[in-house]
Design a binder for this molecule. Sequence first.
Ligand code: 13P
Ligand code: SF4
Length: 324
Amino acid sequence: MHTASSTTAALYERVRRVIPPVEWPVFEDDIEAIVALKRERNAVILAHNYQTPEIFHCVADIVGDSLALARKAMTVDADVIVLAGVHFMAETAKLLNPGKTVLIPDLEAGCSLADSITAEDVRLMRSRYPGLPVITYVNTSAAVKAESDICCTSGNALAVVESLDMPRVIMIPDEYLARNIASQTAVEIVAWKGHCEVHERFTPADIRELREAHPGVVVLAHPECPPEVVAEADFAGSTAAMSDYVGRHRPGRVVLMTECSMSDNVAVAHPDVDFVRPCNLCPHMKRITLSNIRSALENNRHVVTIDPEVAAGARLAVERMLAI
Ligand code: 13P
Ligand code: SF4
């Protein structure tokens, strides 16, 4: 069997349950280089819960859901931030750290929700529903955030909706998140027709089949899933809320109706829980690899920049959210 180097041997212990020994040598060289580059460049790596385990558990300094990454981005004490996630997350980190270099390893790491709406669409929504506040999911471009009153994530959407003290609000662009939140509040929500290409594929029939095949399985769903799916799940919450649920309740067997890497990352911390794994891959999240993280640090690319006027408006919407 391959013997890991001393730097990476301890790291492999963390992930041995989800990365077979035969795959590990492929990662070792990049991991060692990234650890050294972070030191040299005074850099930190922020990684979303959907990043693969060799990134999430072996090179990331800060991990979490979109809300945690935004909150923790504000406290980063480094010259360089590498965002292992998708472009809107890197933009959010830049908004909160205008003086730091923020890098995204692949500029094509987008998001179907962010692509579903433009700043012009938001202006049209406002003219169609005058006086209604616009709540914008963080899964959007900075230009869309700049047209908004406040942002939200799947972790705080209900709290944000209720904080505005308005009978009716606009919530964009995720139709399913909006409908899932609407079912928990008296506030009327006007939605947009955007969908997450990963979560829209889950169906209630998937859950019924899973329950039949795995009696007693606990089903957790992300609120970007269609409301019919959330209705059949035992719990719905952000990626961090799903992870916390597993830690708190320790179900014997669980399925996470979300992106595939989530189960691997949570399973590392819970060897006693059996993870059933029908899942969908996010092609955008999967664009980030150890090799392009290394290249990002070696070549200082791709630097995230935001037009200063757009950034000012977008930052306000994000800061309003973080103040709640
Ligand atoms: P979370 O904020 O729950 O991590 O979700 C982000 C995301 O992109 C889910 O698809
Ligand atoms: Fe966007 Fe969906 Fe991928 Fe999350 S999982 S980044 S919402 S496409």
